[in-house]
Design a protein around this ligand. Sequence first.
Ligand SMILES: CC(C)(COP(=O)(O)OP(=O)(O)OC[C@H]1O[C@@H](n2cnc3c(N)ncnc32)[C@H](O)[C@@H]1OP(=O)(O)O)[C@@H](O)C(=O)NCCC(=O)NCCS
Length: 142
Amino acid sequence: MEWMHDTLPYRINDSWEELEPEPDVIYALLQTSYWAAHRSRETVLRSLENSLCFGLYHGETQVGFMRVVTDYTTFTWVCDVIVHPDHRGRGLGKSLMQFLVEHPAVRDTRMVLGTKDAHGLYEQYGFERLELMRRPIPAAAQ
Ligand SMILES: CC(C)(COP(=O)(O)OP(=O)(O)OC[C@H]1O[C@@H](n2cnc3c(N)ncnc32)[C@H](O)[C@@H]1OP(=O)(O)O)[C@@H](O)C(=O)NCCC(=O)NCCS
């Protein structure tokens, strides 16, 4: 499945083959985030291998990323939504979300995510605020 921008050379797809050579791009993007800057390359790679991943490309260059953890039936956790700073404010974050909520593999599942400040983005796609509980990663595994 692929989405293409009407006028600009942006594309979003779920191709693992196109994503796979790019773990360093994703790692570098996540290094700039407030939630994943501590993850090692190995952790990032393992998380990608066990997720449904979406790449945002400008021509052949990857400029954004999103992944979800899902059982493809009842539940999807949306994580690591990120657009390169040079490409923000052009509607691409919204295009990633639109791509996700229409994606046949997960569109019929309940979706959940955590965010510190981007509620206004996700509310546009039907997400509602909810109180959650979490158990942190055990210290020994960090
Ligand atoms: C959040 C992010 C993915 C948005 O991508 P983007 O391509 O710049 O966003 P868009 O141009 O599609 O616009 C985002 C929309 O959400 C809204 N929004 C609400 N909170 C926002 C926030 N914290 N950051 C960006 N947009 C936000 C914007 O106002 C805009 O809506 P509008 O067009 O109706 O005004 C991008 O800013 C990013 O990568 N930020 C750093 C990582 C991050 O915070 N990710 C989300 C963590 S859950």
